[in-house]
Design a protein around this ligand. Sequence first.
Ligand SMILES: [Zn+2]
Length: 173
Amino acid sequence: MSLKPILIHPDPRLKKVADPIARITPEVETLAADMLATMYDAPGIGLAGPQIGVNSRIFVMDATRDPEAEPAPMVLINPEISWSSEAQNSYEEGCLSIPDQYASVTRPSEVRLTWLGLDGATHEREFDGLWATCAQHELDHLNGVLFIDHLSAMKRQMITRKMVKLKREQARG
Ligand SMILES: [Zn+2]
């Protein structure tokens, strides 16, 4: 298990549509373990393949909010939304690829997802609250969409400029 560097926006690898995973192999299992370790270390509640430069349809999440609660790691491969609620919910979102920037994004408050699990079986489940927000945010990543793409062009450009500056500073060391 190893921690992977997380790509920071803007990066062309964050804007690609990711490829489906054909089957569960030991490499996919290792990838999932690395992604969970990287997500918990960050710390974050979700991480998608493209964020570590892997252009595959996989994301991990654990939106357990109570720090006392047992962790509930989830690995979703080739996820799809099979149903979204009419009801919408706004949540102050952030992203490990856009550090320290938060903005309110409105999305369906409940979604039903189908996905391939590490066990090789197809799973289906409904998510609400923070889990629903997180799942939709991560699924967006697999389609090259960032949460700032849901904001006005002005807000998006403002955040992007900050990230360009941050990356320039990081490059200088
Ligand atoms: Zn994100």
